[in-house]
Design a binder for this molecule. Structure first.
Ligand code: CA
Ligand code: CA
Ligand code: CA
Length: 281
């Protein structure tokens, strides 16, 4: 804007130094404002980015924690189920053991009763023999005493299905079935699936049978811990080479093979079996 001489000379007024600095200062101020604005915007952007990154990290961590929480609750649920399953299995086994114990008690009582009955009959027979020998009695002894003996012990020792070895008696089945049924069959006849304690017994059994057969051996209670049904451990050298191998993760019952060695096999397989009883006359 051109200042006019108010004195009416018509000459434009000369610009003072301060008039010349004005626009310069203004443009510097404007430039400064732009720079300040740009810096503020940049700062805002940095802060915003920082918050976005922080927030997405937090979200990821929350998801992680939630995932772990889910996994832990599912593991807890699984553990809980396993615990209740183990507990019910244990109580069932305990009940079975109690029943076995009761059965064995009653068998022992039966055997004791039979023993005392036989002692009486034998002493009667001795009396009769003494009388025969001294000429005071009939010419022959009462053989019905011996008949009674075999009535009381139907399986022993004359039962052709049972074979004696070292004071034990063995039954070799003529049909096949799974391990549990074979075990039950022996139990129902006052015996048990054969328990092999010596290599002589092992050889006797393997030579007497015609086919591979179940014996009283299993690791059903604890995988890899093989025990006879009497609770005894099995001798390592009795196993065939490479056995027990728990093939297909499903071999928990023991059999004796024709080669005189033991093998673990699937309990549901149908095989012959060998029962044993300890009665010694
Ligand atoms: Ca035995
Ligand atoms: Ca096994
Ligand atoms: Ca095997």
């Amino acid at each position: 804007m051109v200042k006019v001489n108010i004195c009416g000379t018509g000459e434009p007024l000369k610009k003072t130094p301060s008039d010349q600095d004005g626009p310069k200062k203004r443009s510097t101020a404007v430039a400064f404002m732009y720079v300040a604005l740009a810096v503020s915007v940049a700062l805002l952007l940095v802060i915003l980015t920082f918050f976005i990154i922080k927030s997405s990290r937090l979200e990821a961590e929350i998801e992680n924690v939630q995932l772990k929480d889910l996994q832990m609750s599912s593991e807890l649920k699984k553990l809980d189920m396993e615990l209740s399953k183990t507990s019910s299995e244990t109580s069932a086994k305990l009940k079975n053991l109690e029943m076995d114990l009761e059965r064995q008690d009653s068998q022992i009582q039966d055997m004791q009763a039979k023993d005392s009955e036989m002692s009486l009959k034998l002493s009667d027979l001795e009396d009769q023999l003494m009388k025969v020998a001294s000429g005071r009695g009939p010419k022959t002894a009462d053989v019905t005493v011996m008949d009674d003996f075999f009535t009381i012990y139907p399986d022993l020792p004359d039962d052709p299905d049972w074979h004696s070895f070292n004071g034990h008696h063995y039954y070799f089945s003529k049909t096949t079935t799974n391990w549990a049924e074979a075990n039950e069959w022996c139990r129902s006849r006052d015996s048990y699936l054969a328990v092999i304690s010596t290599s002589e017994e092992k050889t006797f059994i393997s030579r007497s049978m015609t086919e591979r057969s179940w014996v009283g051996l299993s690791d059903s209670e604890a995988e890899g811990i093989w025990k006879w049904t009497t609770g005894e451990s099995v001798q390592g050298s009795f196993w065939a080479k490479g056995e027990p191998n728990n093939d297909k993760n499903s071999e928990d019952c023991g059999e004796i093979m024709n080669n005189d060695y033991l093998n673990d096999s699937n309990c549901e397989d149908h095989k012959y079996w060998v029962c044993e009883k300890d009665f010694v006359i």
